[in-house]
Design a protein around this ligand. Structure first.
Ligand code: GLA
Length: 674
C-alpha cells in the first residue's frame, strides 16, 4: 500500500509519495486540490520503464542525488577527497505535524544525512523549505552545491519571469523561454545584488508559481526539463570552490526557500507579503504607523553643517515629518567617499560638541532620530584600516580590489564584529537614536584566502541580531547602494528597504512594481526627491513625485528649506494625506493593473475598501481616457466612488470612467463597498 504525505493551505496543496527507504517523490505542488484527493497509484505503477533507461525508474524526488540513476541536476554536489560523490537515500523517515513535515534521508553508502523541513503556512499559502546536511562520515566533506529546495513545475510551464538590474535601475522585468535546455541564473556578487533578484515566477495551467530564496548573499536557481516532461526548480546558495568543507559531524543549513502558487501574479505577491509580514520582528511586537522620513543625503550629501541641519529639522517638523535620518558625512573626517569608513565617531570639525546637540534638537521637535552607518566597510584611508589592515578581506598576494574606494571587513572575525558592535552600541547608548540606515555600498569580491561569502552574510546577520537584542527599540533599514540587499532573509533583522538610489518618479513606478511582487509596501522606502531628479535629470511635479511615493514607507529627500511656497504647500498636503491613508496602504493587499493606452493602476487595502492609484507616464494616445476595469472587485457588490454608485459587475466588465490625465500625472480614488 503506497503512502502519501499531503499538506494543504487555503489555496495550495503539496503531495509527496513515500516509497520505503527512498527520498519522497514529488507527486503534486500547485493550486489547492479538493479534500481527500490523492494519487490513485504509485508513480512507478503508472509508467513502464522506457527503453535505454535504468531498470529501476527514478522519478523526481525532494532530494535527487547523482550517480545512482537520476540524470537531472542533483540537489547535492559534494565529495570526500574525490570519493563519496554520489548520493542516494537508503533510509527515509517522515514526521508530519500540523501543516509541516520533516523528511530525514540518510545514505548509508556516502554517510550523508539530509533533513528537509517543509512547512506550508495556512495563512500565507507559502511553503517554506529548509535543508540541513550533516556529514556522518569520518572524513571531511567538500560541498559545492546543496539545494535549499527542489520544486516540481508542470510540463506546461513555458516562461520564467524575474528581474535583472543595476545600481539606480533595480527590478527590471525579464522573461525567459523555458525549453529542454536548463535555465540557470547565478549571482556571485557576495550580496543579494541589484542585478539578479533571487526569485522568479512561472506560469502554467492557469496558475502562477512563485519562489524566492531568503538569503542576502550569493545564490543560484535553475529550471531543468526532466524526462517525464515536468521541470525541476532548484534554489540554493552559490558556493565558491572550497567554501564549505564539513568536518565529521558538522552540518550545513541552507537558507529558507519560500514558494507559493496562486491564480495570478498579484495573488502570488499577496501570499509573499503575508509570509514576509510573519517574519518581521518589530520593536514592541507590532508595526507602528510608518513615520514620514526626511533623509539628508540628496539635499546635503557630505556637506554637514550643524546649524543648517537644525534649520532643516525645523522646516521638516513644520511639514509634519516624523523621523529625521542623518545620512553619510557625519563621522570622523568623512568629506567625500574616499575616506573614513570604519571610524564611527562624530566628526569633531562638523560637530564640535558631538551629535547630541543635533539629536536633542530633532527629538525636541517631536521627531525620531535615525543615523546612517555602513558597518561592513572600511576605507584604506581610515584610522581603522591603519590600525587593522588585516581586518579587510582580500586574497593574499593579490592587490586589494576597491570599489567606491572601499574594502570589505571580514565579518567572520569575532574581533571585527565586536569592534563594530562597540562603535554602534556607543552611539546608541549615548544618543536618542531609534533608527539605523545600514548600508553596504559595494559588491564583495575577494572573500578571503578561503572563500567566505557565506560566513560573511552570517557574520552580518549576527551583528544585526546582537544589536537588536541589546537595543530592541531600534529599527534598521537595509540599503546597499539602494536596492542591492533586498531579500527575504534580511527581513528577519530589518524593517525597511531603501528601494533604489534612483528617486525619479517615472523610474520608481516600475522599480516599485517589481519590489511589490515580493515585498509588502510598508517595507518599501519611497521618497519625494528634488526636481530635476539627481539620478536621471528628469523634472516632475511635486504632485507626481508624492503620488508615486505615497503607497510606500513615505519620505522626503531634498532640502525642504529651498522649496517654493506652492511646492511646500503641496508637500504638506501629501504628508498629511499619507498619514490618513497609511494604515490601509500598509496592512492590506496590493493589486497592480494596466487599463490600456498606458494607464497603470495599483489598488491597496481590501476589496471592499480600496485606495486606487492611477498613473499615466506617456501622453494619452486615445481621444478618450480608457475605462478602468477592476477585476479585483466582487461582481455582486455595489460600490461608491467619487459620488457615484456602481455595480461591481459593471466595474469588472466595463470599467470606471476616469478623467483624462496628462503625462506624469496621477489620480487617487477611494472605492468603498456599500
Ligand atoms: C548609498 C545609499 C544612499 C546614501 C549613500 C551615502 O548610495 O543608497 O542612499 O546613503 O550611500 O553614501
Amino acid at each position: 500500500m503506497t503512502e502519501y504525505l499531503r499538506l494543504d493551505s487555503a489555496e495550495c496543496t503539496l503531495i509527496l509519495e513515500l516509497p520505503q527507504g527512498e527520498a519522497p517523490l514529488w507527486r503534486y505542488w500547485g493550486l489547492r486540490l479538493p479534500d481527500g484527493v490523492l494519487p490513485p497509484q504509485s508513480l512507478r505503477e503508472t509508467r513502464p520503464t522506457p527503453s535505454f533507461s535504468p531498470d529501476f525508474d527514478q522519478p523526481l524526488s525532494v532530494f535527487p542525488g547523482c550517480g545512482a540513476g537520476w540524470f537531472g541536476e542533483s540537489a547535492l554536489l559534494a565529495h570526500r577527497d574525490v570519493r563519496d560523490w554520489s548520493f542516494q537515500a537508503t533510509q527515509c523517515r517522515v514526521e508530519q505535524a500540523d501543516g509541516s513535515a520533516t523528511v530525514t534521508v540518510f545514505d548509508e553508502v556516502s554517510q550523508i544525512e539530509v533533513i528537509i523541513g517543509l512547512t506550508l503556512n495556512a495563512v500565507s499559502n507559502v511553503l517554506a523549505i529548509e535543508t540541513k546536511l550533516t556529514n556522518q562520515g569520518n572524513a571531511p566533506l567538500n560541498v559545492k552545491w546543496l539545494a535549499a529546495g527542489v520544486l516540481p513545475l508542470p510540463p506546461e510551464a513555458a516562461q520564467v519571469h524575474s528581474y535583472c538590474g543595476r545600481h539606480n535601475g533595480e527590478f527590471v522585468p525579464v522573461t525567459y523561454q523555458l525549453s529542454r535546455s536548463t535555465w540557470r541564473r547565478e549571482n556571485r556578487r557576495g550580496l543579494t545584488s541589484h542585478d539578479r533578484f533571487p526569485g522568479a515566477l512561472v506560469e502554467a495551467n492557469g496558475a502562477t508559481y512563485g519562489a524566492q530564496l531568503a538569503w542576502s548573499g550569493n545564490h543560484a536557481q535553475s529550471i531543468e526539463w526532466i524526462d517525464d516532461g515536468r521541470f525541476q526548480w532548484q534554489f540554493g546558495e552559490w558556493l565558491a570552490p572550497g567554501e564549505v568543507r564539513l568536518a565529521p559531524g558538522e552540518c550545513l543549513t541552507t537558507p529558507e526557500l519560500l514558494a507559493t502558487c496562486a491564480h495570478d501574479a498579484d495573488r502570488v505577491a499577496q501570499n509573499f507579503h503575508a509570509a514576509i509580514r510573519q517574519r518581521l520582528t518589530w520593536p514592541g511586537g507590532a508595526m507602528k504607523p510608518r513615520p514620514v522620513h526626511i533623509n539628508t543625503w540628496e539635499g546635503f550629501y557630505f556637506e554637514h553643517d550643524e546649524d543648517a541641519l537644525k534649520d532643516l529639522a525645523d522646516h521638516a517638523a513644520a511639514l509634519g515629518i516624523e523621523r529625521f535620518v542623518l545620512d553619510d558625512g557625519w563621522f570622523h573626517c568623512r568629506d567625500d567617499d574616499s575616506s573614513s569608513l570604519g571610524d564611527w565617531w562624530p566628526d569633531a570639525r562638523k560637530y564640535p560638541n558631538g551629535l547630541k546637540p543635533l539629536t536633542d534638537h530633532v527629538t525636541g521637535l517631536g521627531m525620531e532620530f535615525g543615523l546612517w552607518i555602513e558597518p561592513e566597510m572600511v576605507n584604506p584611508d581610515s584610522e581603522l584600516y591603519r590600525a587593522h589592515p588585516e581586518w579587510a578581506l582580500g586574497v593574499s598576494g593579490r592587490a586589494a580590489v576597491t570599489a567606491r574606494n572601499q574594502l570589505v571587513l571580514d565579518m567572520r572575525r569575532a574581533e571585527v564584529r565586536s569592534y563594530l558592535f562597540d562603535c554602534v552600541a556607543a552611539l546608541l547608548r549615548e544618543l536618542p537614536i531609534s533608527y539605523l540606515k545600514w548600508d553596504h555600498n559595494r559588491d564583495l569580491i575577494a572573500a578571503g584566502d578561503r572563500a567566505g561569502y557565506r560566513d560573511q552574510v552570517l557574520g552580518s546577520y549576527a551583528l544585526m541580531e546582537q544589536l537588536r537584542a541589546e537595543f530592541p527599540d531600534v529599527e534598521i533599514e537595509a540599503c546597499a547602494g539602494g536596492g542591492g540587499r533586498i531579500d527575504a532573509g534580511i527581513v528577519r533583522h530589518t524593517h525597511r528597504f531603501w528601494t533604489s538610489d534612483n528617486i525619479d518618479a517615472v523610474s520608481r513606478l516600475s522599480i516599485q512594481r517589481g519590489f511589490l511582487q515580493y515585498f509588502p509596501p510598508e517595507l518599501m522606502g519611497a521618497h519625494v526627491g528634488a526636481s530635476p531628479a539627481h539620478a536621471t535629470g528628469r523634472q516632475q511635479s511635486m504632485d507626481f513625485r508624492a503620488g508615486v511615493a505615497l503607497p510606500g514607507h513615505f519620505g522626503v529627500e531634498l532640502d525642504v528649506r529651498t522649496l517654493g511656497e506652492s511646492d511646500r504647500a503641496q508637500l504638506q498636503h501629501w504628508i498629511s494625506l499619507y498619514k490618513t491613508h497609511r494604515d490601509r496602504l500598509h496592512s492590506g493587499k496590493v493589486w497592480r493593473g494596466e487599463a490600456g493606452d498606458g494607464l497603470y493602476w495599483q489598488a491597496y487595502g481590501e476589496a471592499d475598501n480600496l485606495l486606487l492609484l492611477v498613473y499615466r507616464i506617456e501622453p494619452q494616445s486615445w481621444r478618450h481616457a480608457p475605462l478602468l476595469k477592476l477585476p479585483i472587485l466582487d461582481a455582486k457588490q455595489r460600490y461608491h466612488i467619487d459620488g457615484t454608485d456602481y455595480d461591481g459587475a459593471w466595474l469588472i466588465s466595463t470599467g470606471l470612467p476616469t478623467k483624462p490625465l496628462k503625462a506624469e500625472q496621477f489620480l487617487l480614488i477611494e472605492v468603498k463597498a456599500i
